[in-house]
Design a protein around this ligand. Structure first.
Ligand SMILES: *Cc1c(COP(=O)(O)O)cnc(C)c1O
Length: 492
């Protein structure tokens, strides 16, 4: 097959072993178990169930174990090495979180048990909600939403419920050009049209621009701070005050909270609702389509609209309260991704006030990388950044080397590529977010790899144009893979 490792002989790839499809490996009659012969006479299936059945390959246990273990070595994760994927905060997830989430009491707790039998779980929910609200300086929080985008939906439904309750006719939402794609999508799902807000020359919102666009039918502003360029929105408090005076509310996209924990008081800033991405900021597992969580924290204004039911403390007992007349209702079955939230709780408790240091180090690391690379790569906004910095391929483009080539070459040098072509406001963006968990040696290694890439782009662009060469598969046809996925063993 053409997408196999190009090393000949394959052994040149060392211990990154080739692996066939299970259908190519299977041999009729192989089995992963040996059971005694049955003493019960064979019976045939009813006619409507009979037939050939699915085309599963016959495999031994060892073949299955090796298959998946080999495949796992082709991949890259935060446990493999530095993963500077901007906007995603791919920090290392401490293993203590896993141990806590796997405590038998949590694993075996049935979601339909009554409150008397789940006091520990309810206490965890109650306390984590308190801590999350405290970290951002807001009134209360709710753990139900299952992802950042789900938190956005929750927040915008609350804003919409608030306006409906107060008989405000609102049809539009202000949306900075830097907004993540989920923001306009969420606004649209809640029935709002968007007013795009252009950025100022320093990459941030400007009061005068927002003020001009603010009208009586605007429900509010959705804003990410620091924004998706990794820049702090300095004029935000003034902007928020103006929007509040004209009857709008503020949705804070909290995906970038890793830059400001313990430093920025979102309550004092005037944010009405913000979501957490626990799989970014609070070190729960990230990506792969697995469960994450997107709790929201709210100001006094939106408190009555939070999803329900809510955990309350009555004396020293925890109970469910469903008497919430203005609540937008339930957003998730039971109480969200409970064991993801256990990991977030373990992380918050193990760091405590040190969460502030995590933010400080994340910002320091990003600025260090920015300063070390800005002579070799085009830096569109040359100013102090927060937890991530954005370059482009403008210096390499004259040699026919693109952002994608730079990203692919980094793989050969042992690093996961940064985020590319996002944010959309920067042409051919390369967005680097080191996070706080990388040590100086690893960050220096990444910087050296980036400088090597810049040198190669000057001296021999073909090295970049043909990268990666040391991976099991090379450049994939991503469009066909997405449009015509082959999900069975049938390769004909
Ligand atoms: C990641 C991200 C989101 C969406 O969060 P999910 O948890 O992936 O749904 C929203 N906004 C920004 C700025 C993000 O980086």
């Amino acid at each position: 097959m053409s997408d196999k490792c190009q090393c000949t002989p394959a052994a040149e790839c060392g211990l990154i072993l080739n692996e066939d499809l299970l259908w190519e490996k299977g041999r009729p009659g192989r089995s992963s178990m040996s059971v005694p012969e049955s003493g019960v006479p064979a019976a045939s299936l009813p006619a409507d169930l009979a037939g050939d059945g699915p085309n599963w390959p016959d495999l031994s246990e060892q073949e299955v174990a090796r298959h998946y273990t080999r495949l796992s070595t082709w991949n890259f994760g935060v446990d493999t090495g530095m993963y500077p994927l901007g906007s995603c905060t791919m920090k290392y997830n401490p293993k203590i979180n896993e141990a806590m989430a796997n405590l038998p009491g949590f694993v075996n707790a049935h979601p339909m048990l009554p409150a008397e039998a789940t006091q520990g779980e309810l206490q965890l929910i109650y306390e984590l909600e308190k801590y999350l609200a405290e970290i951002v300086g807001l009134k209360a929080s709710c753990l139900q939403p299952g992802a950042g985008a789900h938190g956005e939906l929750c927040g915008m439904l609350m804003i919409s419920a608030y306006h409906r309750h107060n008989k405000n006719k609102k049809t539009k939402v202000l949306m900075p050009e830097t907004a993540h794609g989920t923001n306009p999508a969420t606004a649209a799902m809640c029935g709002y049209s968007e007013i795009k807000v252009p950025l100022g020359p320093n990459g941030a919102l400007e009061y005068a621009t927002v003020e001009k666009l603010m009208t009586d039918d605007v429900a509010g502003l959705m804003v990410t701070n620091p924004n998706t360029l990794g820049l702090f929105e300095n004029e935000l408090p003034k902007i928020i005050e103006m929007i509040h005076q004209r009857g709008g509310l503020i949705y804070g996209d909290g995906a970038n909270l890793n830059a400001i924990m313990g430093y920025a008081d979102l309550g004092a800033m005037g944010i009405d609702v913000v979501h957490y991405n626990v799989h970014k900021t609070l070190s729960t597992p990230h990506g792969g389509g697995g469960p994450g969580a997107g709790p929201v924290a709210v100001s006094d204004t939106l408190l009555p609209y939070l999803p329900g039911p809510r955990v309350v403390k009555n004396g020293d007992k925890y109970e469910w309260n469903s008497d919430l007349p203005l609540s937008i209702g339930r957003l998730h079955n039971f109480y969200g991704q409970f064991r993801v939230l256990v990991r977030a709780y373990a992380y918050v408790l193990s760091l405590g006030p040190e969460l502030k240091k995590a933010s400080a180090l994340a910002v320091l690391n990003a600025n260090y990388i920015k300063e070390k690379l800005k002579h070799a790569f085009d830096l569109p906004f040359d100013q102090p950044c927060m937890h991530e910095c954005v370059f482009t391929d403008a210096k390499q483009a004259p040699n026919k080397v693109s952002t994608l080539d730079i990203a692919k070459r980094l793989i050969d040098l042992g690093y996961h590529p940064p985020t590319v072509y996002f944010p959309l406001v920067v042409h051919n963006a390369i967005m680097i977010e080191p996070t706080e968990t990388e040590c100086k040696e690893d960050i220096d290694g990444f910087i050296a790899a980036m400088l090597q890439v810049a040198e190669d782009a000057k001296n021999d662009p073909s090295i970049l144009q043909n990268a990666p060469i040391k991976t099991k598969v090379q450049r994939l046809d991503e469009t066909t893979a997405a449009r015509h996925p082959i999900l069975t063993g049938d390769m004909s």
